[in-house]
Write a protein that binds this ligand. Structure first.
Ligand SMILES: C[S@@+](CC[C@H](N)C(=O)[O-])C[C@H]1O[C@@H](n2cnc3c(N)ncnc32)[C@H](O)[C@@H]1O
Length: 250
């Protein structure tokens, strides 16, 4: 079941400052550098509300987005953006009768796959839907950095014309599972009525280490072409909370 049920309503507001445009520029550069085939069709695994996909579509790519959350998918569909299609589904088990020139999976979707079995199925699915010569690009929580610079309690405040949100994030590391339980508690104030609503959501996140990813890749039939600190071309280091990998089919 999706853990984005309540969160989806506030998702675009919570991440209104996230620069999807620049992230697409970055990912497009990596795609162009590492594919051996022309890229026109992209599969987005864990597409959320579709914001990367809308930017890719503006650049004339055709994008298919799959997300576990019915609510997130409905938000993506409601934008009616040409050259995009969205479906609710589990990327670990989807069967699209088609292969794409590139597969992307952005903003920690890989870390939402918390068990070895989940992650292996996620990689298998990406491989099945990727053409030979294409690339699979995804970001993830990078274990060495998560453990050396542990998650802290954070408060974020946001508002639009209708509501004010205060979000408290508290995290607990589960070192024997290589996961972090991220607890979101949100207080939502209706600006017109003053009514307050409180909601909680738990997001278990897996942090990954390169040797284990390498092992899964070999097993599934991928090779790691490059690894970087997310949104840069720097090497992964103890400061890289988020990593990005470029995989190619063997
Ligand atoms: C932090 S959001 C990122 C959404 C989008 N990629 C973005 O950048 O805004 C993580 C998304 O991954 C989706 N997700 C997690 N596991 C999934 C799975 N197994 N199959 C499909 N979607 C999944 C969640 O529903 C959620 O929408």
């Amino acid at each position: 079941m999706s853990n984005f049920k309540k969160y989806s309503t506030y998702y675009n507001l919570l991440y209104q400052d996230k620069n999807y445009g620049e992230e697409v520029e970055y990912v497009e550069k990596l795609i162009k550098r590492h594919t051996e085939i022309p890229v026109t069709e992209i599969l987005d695994m864990g597409s959320g509300t579709g914001r990367h996909d809308f930017v890719f579509a503006q650049k004339n790519y055709r994008v298919t987005g799959i997300d576990l959350s019915e609510e997130m998918t409905q938000i993506a569909l409601s934008a009616c953006v040409k050259n995009t299609e969205f479906h609710t589904g589990d990327v670990r088990s989807i069967e699209i009768n088609k292969q794409f020139d590139a597969v992307i999976s952005l903003f920690h979707v890989a870390s939402y796959q918390t068990t070895n079995e989940d992650f292996e199925k996620y990689l298998q699915s990406a491989k099945k839907h990727l053409k030979q010569g294409g690339v699979f690009i995804f970001d993830f929580w990078y274990g060495p950095a998560v453990l050396s610079d542990k998650p802290t309690t954070r408060i974020k405040r946001l508002e639009n014309t209708e509501i004010k949100i205060t979000r408290l994030t508290e995290s607990e590391i589960l070192p024997n599972a290589n996961t972090v339980n991220v607890n979101f508690e949100m207080l939502i104030e209706d600006k017109e009525t003053g009514q307050l609503t409180k909601t909680r959501e738990l997001h278990p996140m897996r942090y990954w280490f390169l040797p284990e990813i390498e092992y899964f890749c070999k097993h599934v039939g991928f090779k790691i072409e490059r690894s970087y600190n997310w949104f840069s071309e720097n090497k992964l280091s103890l400061e890289s909370w988020y990593g990005v990998l470029i995989l190619k089919k063997i």
